[in-house]
Design a protein around this ligand. Sequence first.
Ligand code: ADP
Ligand code: MG
Length: 575
Amino acid sequence: MHGANMNPSADPGDGTSTASEAHPRAFLRTLLQPHRRWLHLAWLAGAGAGLATVALAAAVAWSIHLALFGQGTAPAWPWLGAAVLAVLLRHGLQALRDWSGQQLAFAVRADLRQKLIATASRLGPVHLAHRGHSGSWASRYQEQVDALAGYYARYLPALGLTLAVPGLLLAAAFSQDWVAGLLLLLSAPLIPVFMALIGMGSEQIHQAQQERQNRLAGHFLDRIRALDLLRRSLALEAARQDVAEAADDYRRLSMRVLRVAFLSSAVMEFFSAVAIGLVAIYVGFALLGFLEFGPAGELTLFSGLFVLLLAPEYFQPLRQFAQSYHDRAGAIAVGAELAPLLQPPTVTGHPAALRAASGPTLLRLHNVTVRYEPDMQPALSGVELDIARGEQTAVVGPSGSGKSTLLALCAGFVQADSGSVAIATDARPFAWIGQRVHLFHGSLRENLLLGAPEHTPDPELGAAMATAGLRLDDPTLPHGLDTPIGEDSRGLSGGQAQRVAFARALLSGSRLWLLDEPTSALDPQTEDDLLTRLLAHARARDITVLVATHQESVYRRLGRIVRLAEGRLQEDSRV
Ligand code: ADP
Ligand code: MG
């Protein structure tokens, strides 16, 4: 499931093959569905602007005709007034078209961001990490979603109007002079042919760019995270060069994307200039009387001017389409990247029934097997485990033996492939403390209130902190609960951050605490103090505790030891 259909080169061709949700175009269409009305409004406004253009050309041509040849039979000024009105109408309708396009793009992006967040929270931390690092998730949420803007704001509105508006203008031109109309008609098909040729190349470049951008984001974030380590190992310069090279790589690719975009506009401009020139030559010679064939003899100043004024407008929608064509390539690249992510995860095997256990049992695992990938060794196999309410259990074993998976299973972050998992209703919500605490940028109060019921009063927060062994008048907390703390627990030591996590668990009122190597990053004294407080509190409140650890100093304090080796239960003993 992961990785398998992440390959962005997977069939960007015509929508002939798979009609699956994961297909980038089907994906882009699905996103459009709920907001179609904005697109329809944009099309209507664009078509209206086309009509206004015809009226404008007619009014201008007619007023000039009258001014020169009218001989006072009819004044030209009402027609000039009509021309001004047509200009205003045209601009108003064009603004409406652009505005509806923007609205559409805005709505689609908001939707997509919501979907990404929903997917991320549904996947849960374990699977999330396996669908890309946080850098690529950040890039997905920000740049990639934004890269869709042009597709919805410009490309789709332009797409609908590329045939409609030139068709309208063409009909108007034919009504006056079929030779001029024919000249315009014949020049138009050349453009899509060239656009398609250029577009095919640009799609691939865009996909490569998308992938590279993603990698760059992750690359950079990884190095920022490891800054401390890099500095200590004197590898800062190498890392700097590394990032610079990756960025340069990305720059080169971006320049290629721009080159293609400019090339396509240049092709467009060239052909429209040639066609407009041809029409101008034809009209000029016809008016001078040098042309005898067809309707040339009957060309008047009005019809000649009218056709000439329409000619540049005729190419305008095509030009807009060409300019937005690379928006499409970019959007398809983003679609190819995001569509597989938003697919519901394919759960291998049958997820175990999650029913409420009753009686003294809080958690019951029966013959449980968990596999992350179908063709991989199971992370847990045939595990039998009963956890009673209030029991304090250590899950021990070497790294990779399945401790974290067992905890994630109890938390519902991963599902069993076979066997059954029964969890008492009062085991929800649970509290989770990992090796590294995640603190958010904000005040200590905000961080404590994360899992707590709303409107928990300050004294209660203070009491929880005290139980966790951190007093609010501690000199490291100069503003008490208002002390700002940052991501990665800026301003707090590892032990203090862990105490904040512990206080959070206390405040959440959870009856089940899942602790994944909670003290492995702490010094022995802090560890000792923290564990003593934590276990004593849990014992007093009859809270069930599961601690994954490989440190003897931790597990000899707990009443029960469950030992895992390569995903199998080796020992289950009570002391
Ligand atoms: P421990 O916590 O004891 O170190 P884990 O439960 O983290 O062990 O891992 C058990 C096995 O499952 C390991 O072989 C590990 O590589 C694998 N594993 C853990 N998480 C994932 C994941 N999200 N995707 C694929 N494999 C995983
Ligand atoms: Mg682990």
